[in-house]
Write a protein that binds this ligand. Sequence first.
Ligand code: DAT
Ligand code: MG
Length: 179
Amino acid sequence: MGLLPLRRPTTKPLRGANNERKVTPAVTERTLVLIKPDGVQRLLVGRILARYEERGLKLVGLKLVQVDRDLAERHYAVHREKPFFNSLVDFITSGPLVALALEGPNAIAVLRATNGATRPWEAAPGTIRGDLALEVAQNIVHASDGLDTAATELALWFKPGELVSYEREIDRWVVAPAD
Ligand code: DAT
Ligand code: MG
């Protein structure tokens, strides 16, 4: 589908020209995160993005999107039979949202934990939902919940050319070398 294959870090240490050890490239998992319309309207985009960046996750895709119903319904297709489906689609299409593609070791689990439990009253303090939300229907952020979902959702929200692969100098301090 044109996305980079998701893979674990190589176990083989890379060596430079003088045989010095190089940091393993930081491609481990990629996941989709949405800062939903409530996050945009509440002026929280910068602070939420800062949390992900500070955690060490690499930003590989970023855009502001006014979602149409078709994309919203496809994104939440798994919830189609739920009683809250229509209001969920109404909400996600009610204003622009920010779509992010984030990359890092265990990025899928890291983002789910950083965002916190779906029901904000059950979300631990320190998580985004635990600190910034009260209502399940307005819980600020979305993150893919597994490898397959991440691949499907990234393909739904980003064209392959909108995802950018690049090196970061700080990754020698963020991503442990494989050995
Ligand atoms: P998550 O967003 O944590 O993956 P989910 O996939 O179970 O949670 O549900 C998707 C979204 O649907 C969730 O972020 C908010 C909304 N939602 C879930 N349960 C709801 C409920 N009981 N009433 C209203 N909205 C709900
Ligand atoms: Mg979900």
